[in-house]
Write a protein that binds this ligand. Sequence first.
Ligand SMILES: Cc1ncc(COP(=O)(O)O)c(C=O)c1O
Length: 400
Amino acid sequence: MSLLSATLARVKPSPTIAVSTLAAELKAAGRDVIGLGAGEPDFDTPDHIKQAAKAAIDAGKTKYTAPDGMPELKQAICDKFARENGLSYSPAQISVGTGGKQILYNALMATLNPGDEVIIPAPYWVSYPDMVLLAGGTPVAVECGLETGFRLSPAQLEAAITPKTKWLIFNSPSNPTGAGYTRDQLKALTDVLMRHPHVWVMSDDMYEHLVFDDFRFVTPAQVEPGLYDRTLTCNGVSKAYAMTGWRIGYAGGPQELIGAMRKIQSQSTSNPCTISQWAAVAALNGPQDFLAENARLFQRRRDLVVEMLNDAPGITCPVPDGAFYVYPSIAGLIGKTTPSGVTITDDETFAKALLEDTGVAVVFGAAFGLSPNFRVSYATSEEALTEAGRRIRTFCATLS
Ligand SMILES: Cc1ncc(COP(=O)(O)O)c(C=O)c1O
């Protein structure tokens, strides 16, 4: 009898984590590596949030809480949804998990039966399809290329829906493209969903606060109140508050679904770290003005990176609306050869050759379900970005 389960055979490890690990290994071996693979802000958790965590420890708030979050945090989340999204949830409609990742995973585990389909616009965050597979469902990737600005069109959505569709996973601004949906673009999608009452919406709003220019963030249940009863609005403190290591994510949704997610969490991990929950209360209830400052900083980096990449021969880089990623195309480089004799056949060979020849670590597009592209995370210093841009440009210019 095999030790490992059949379920395990269906999934692959996260390729983004694999790239960060490889870059770290090369660095440890003495190579001059610039890592553009990581999906986390490069600045520290704000001080008032850290202080709240220290105070929680000193006050002995170190015990178990309710499995899906303590009342103080659930209330802070209800207030956040009302204040920022115009969404009214009661604490019984809130689930708090160990990162946004656990929230999405719990929801899929709680709802999917074999054969159930989940529509995932591609390129997508790497974990969506594998989470669906782990939960026993069938991911249905719908390719959304440059021609639609990496956005799902209403016609594509309509065509992808079948009687077996259980969820649409919606992510704006997106990892890996940074593409965001305006109110009108989102309304066109929710109009389609209103015609298919069996389809639920899992909105992953993780990058809500990282938006640029005059882009206004909106979420499906806000744009179409008719979807409120079949939408799970997911969010977290990881990206907005530079709290990736604290592991707090949350969602608002119908009570039956939230209860089902609680059941799964109570039999697996139980409550997310109590101290992190107190830190998240401080994050959500505390000052919010630095969020806009951070977005401005990221916008400057975005502009720098987009300009540098478009300057590299063979690379085309669209301008994203938010998050801290760009997703340039390398269509102009396919078939070319590096000075050491490696032919660029796809985005994976490109990323590997780039890392080996220049020490710049990026993630290849196939990992996100749309090729030939690569993802750059610009959550790093302008100095590192400038040097990485120089190396990428030189690398592309030497291909023949
Ligand atoms: C789109 C998206 N959703 C969810 C997550 C998970 O966030 P967390 O670190 O809170 O689990 C990430 C993290 O990279 C993400 O990019």
